[in-house]
Design a binder for this molecule. Structure first.
Ligand code: NI
Length: 168
């Protein structure tokens, strides 16, 4: 396993819509394992393939309790249903030094494939639902800063340019 380099905004790969994975091979399995290790080490609760420079539909996440690791690896995930509204302050490993509140669905159903090519359907609410929506956005070239108000986004872009973002 190895720790991968995380691309940060405005890297172009983060803006690209990803390709579906047609073949779950050893390369994908290795990438998923490395992404999990990279995510835990960061530390983060989710990581999408574009963040480590691969424009493919793969995310890893662990939105559960800290002392109880329950890693999720999802291939070609899609939200098939949603309801309600919620929002918390979000950050992103690819947007260092900035956080903002984002409006999300409170409950979602996600269909995806696992590494052993099984189709799964997950029903998620609240924090895990928010994490998965954030990660699935990455697969469509969308960052959480694309979902905040124009005013907040302008302030962010100005701070980025001036190099005055909090370094965390
Ligand atoms: Ni992110």
């Amino acid at each position: 396993m190895s720790i991968l380099n995380i691309d940060v905004y405005p890297a172009l790969v983060l803006k690209r819509k990803t390709e579906k994975i047609l073949n779950i091979d050893d390369h994908i399995r290795q990438l998923a394992e490395d992404m999990l290790e990279t995510m835990y080490q960061a530390p983060g609760v989710g990581l999408a393939a574009p963040q480590i420079g691969h424009s493919i539909s793969l995310v890893v996440a662990d939105p559960g309790e800290k002392d109880k690791p329950s890693p999720l690896i999802l291939i070609n995930p899609e939200i098939t249903a949603h309801e309600g509204q919620t929002g918390i302050t979000e950050g992103c490993l690819s947007v260092p030094g900035y956080t903002a509140e984002v409006v999300r669905h409170q409950k979602i159903i996600v269909k995806a494939y696992t590494l052993d090519e099984k189709e799964v359907e997950l029903t998620l609410e609240d924090f895990p639902a928010i994490v998965l929506q954030h990660e699935l956005d990455h697969l469509h070239g969308i960052l959480f800063i694309d979902r905040i108000s124009r005013l907040k986004r302008n302030i962010y872009d100005r701070k980025l340019k001036k190099g005055t973002l909090d370094q965390s």
